[in-house]
Design a protein around this ligand. Structure first.
Ligand code: HEM
Length: 497
């Protein structure tokens, strides 16, 4: 009888499951779109799939997602231990990949204090962001002709935003930028190869046997990436360790205080410095090994760079296709700063429309459209359906944030909808996730993006490259990039930097 009940309460599942692969043959990229179609086809807020060897529950309604991350938040606080993330997570010890438990809680607490807290954001990050955004504007707006006149210049917006996000995150984490032909190039390679391999590893993760069949190329690339990333991060850790030793013994001589030190002094040390301090205080503790510290650097780069750069690229693309929204944002900024100076992050609280543009961008183009996978550590019931222990949870934020029942003209770009306090669907935004594994970097991301987008609108005149609208097709990746990198024409507006 109970077995029968169990069967009755299972979520709906597509009928054509095959031996071994299960429902994998039904999947296509981009995955969030494919899962959205399957959910609509089966009219299922909770859909059960068998992805190779793993059961997966796909959540496509806000109510069901809320249930997962409130009533069952603890049950779903685990991450699945996917084979590919083992290599790139220092054996599942990073903040993103660690299972729920004391190690994860400790890391999350330290990160909250040293990186994401309000006071950190107001002091350390504020200085770094203001400076990196100036560099961004100089890069985009540079290049007058021989007579010193500026004309519209075609710029690679994606490359400039990637540079902004990577440098801002590196400065917050290890206290300096990573530039130049040597380490700058190595770091960029690690980031690019890491994201590419993470995307390609998806199927191998779900069908373990495939990792041994015809997949040697990827295994070899993975080993090389792991080695290269580890060496680079170890070098950064040693550098901070040496610096802490030096600072501990004597104050730096005046002439040694470069940009990096100026940063560090303002910031009273980075999160890596704090971890190194804890390593000395608790010798032998598994919580503060060099691997855990390198994992932290890796996490900040993986979770904080592409997400931020891609969201900004979507936002700028939307503004190019909606020039009246761009003008409205510019008027708001000009009224705030009186046309006298470049905005800084203390202005952001007075620029509600700019914030609405970012929120609306994240609603339409959530760069983590399926959040990150979770896994149930016990049996539970969601939307009346039985979800057994060990089920992977995929929450389709993309689908939910375009739900017609929640959002008026769901597919349209309407930043104003977030201006109204009682906006329909307002509480259904989940681009940063929900519950205890919700993104801890939301505050950092919103500040950096607000400042960067605001400065781009304030300081530069923008035009599309051709008469046609910017193509808004989504590419397939670990995150949700724009399929074609954004290129646009821009020209400085004469704001002094
Ligand atoms: C537009 C920017 C960003 C978006 C849309 C975003 C979104 C997300 C999402 C959806 C998750 C997964 C939540 C879940 O598991 O349900 C996540 C996790 C995470 N994010 Fe972000 N994120 C952004 C920026 C950042 C930044 C700038 C940082 C750090 C500097 C960061 C650090 C993290 C970390 C460490 C986690 C893992 C949390 C954990 O597992 O406990 N994110 N983010």
């Amino acid at each position: 009888m109970s077995a029968q009940l169990d069967l009755l309460q299972r979520p709906p599942s597509p009928p054509r499951g095959l031996p071994i692969v299960g429902h994998l043959h039904l999947l296509s990229l981009p995955l969030h779109r494919c899962l959205s179609r399957l959910a609509s086809l089966h009219n299922a807020p909770v859909l059960l799939l068998r992805l190779g060897s793993r059961p997966a529950a796909v959540i496509s309604s806000h109510a069901a997602a809320e249930e997962c991350f409130t009533k069952h938040d603890l049950t779903f606080a685990n991450r699945p231990s996917l084979p590919s993330s083992k290599r790139l997570s220092y054996n599942f010890t990073t903040l993103v990949a660690a299972p729920y438990g004391p190690h994860w809680r400790n890391l999350r607490r330290i990160a909250a204090e040293e990186l994401f807290s309000f006071s950190r954001l107001n002091s350390a990050s504020s200085f770094v962001f203001n400076e990196e955004v100036r560099r961004l504007i100089r890069r985009l707006g540079s290049g007058g002709d021989a007579a010193g006149l500026f004309r519209n210049k075609q710029v690679d917006v994606r490359a400039a935003l990637e540079e902004l996000a990577l440098n801002a995150v590196m400065r917050l984490t290890v206290g300096r930028r990573c530039e130049g032909e040597g380490e700058g190039r190595r770091l960029r390679w690690v980031v690019k190869e890491g994201f590419e391999l993470a995307r390609e590893s998806g199927v191998g993760d779900l069908l373990p046997f495939l990792r041994w069949v015809g997949n040697g190329g990827r295994e070899r690339r993975m080993v090389r990436l792991e080695k290269e990333a580890d060496q680079l991060f170890q070098m950064l850790v040693e550098e901070r360790r040496r610096r802490d030793d030096t600072l501990g013994r004597s104050r730096l001589k005046e002439e040694d205080v470069g940009e990096e030190e100026e940063d560090s002094q303002r910031r009273k040390g980075t999160i890596v410095d704090r971890m190194l301090e804890l390593q000395v205080i608790s010798p032998g503790s598994a919580s503060y090994t060099d691997d855990v510290i390198k994992g932290l650097i890796l996490t900040m780069i993986a979770a904080g760079t592409d997400t931020t750069a891609e969201t900004l690229e979507w936002a700028m693309s939307l503004l190019l296709n909606h020039p009246q929204a761009l003008e409205k944002a510019r008027s708001e900024i000009e009224a705030q700063v009186n046309g006298q100076r470049l905005i800084d992050d203390s202005d952001l609280g007075n620029l509600p429309y700019l914030q609405c543009i970012l929120r609306e961008t994240l609603r339409l183009y959530p760069v983590a459209p399926l959040l990150l996978p979770h896994e149930s550590s016990g049996d539970c019931t969601v939307a009346g359906f039985h979800i057994p222990r060990g089920t992977m949870l995929l929450v389709n934020a993309y689908h939910i944030q375009r739900d017609l029942a929640l959002w008026e003209e769901a597919a349209s770009f309407k930043p104003e909808r977030f201006m109204e306090t009682a906006a329909v669907g307002r509480g259904s935004m989940m681009a940063f996730g929900m519950g205890r594994r919700r993104c801890p970097g939301e505050g950092v991301a919103m500040r950096l993006m607000g400042l960067a987008l605001g400065a781009m609108v304030q300081c530069l005149e923008w035009r599309r490259v051709g008469p046609e609208e910017v193509d808004m097709e989504e590419g397939a990746g670990m995150t949700m990039p724009k399929a074609t990198p954004l290129e646009a024409l821009c020209m400085p507006r004469g704001i002094l930097l």
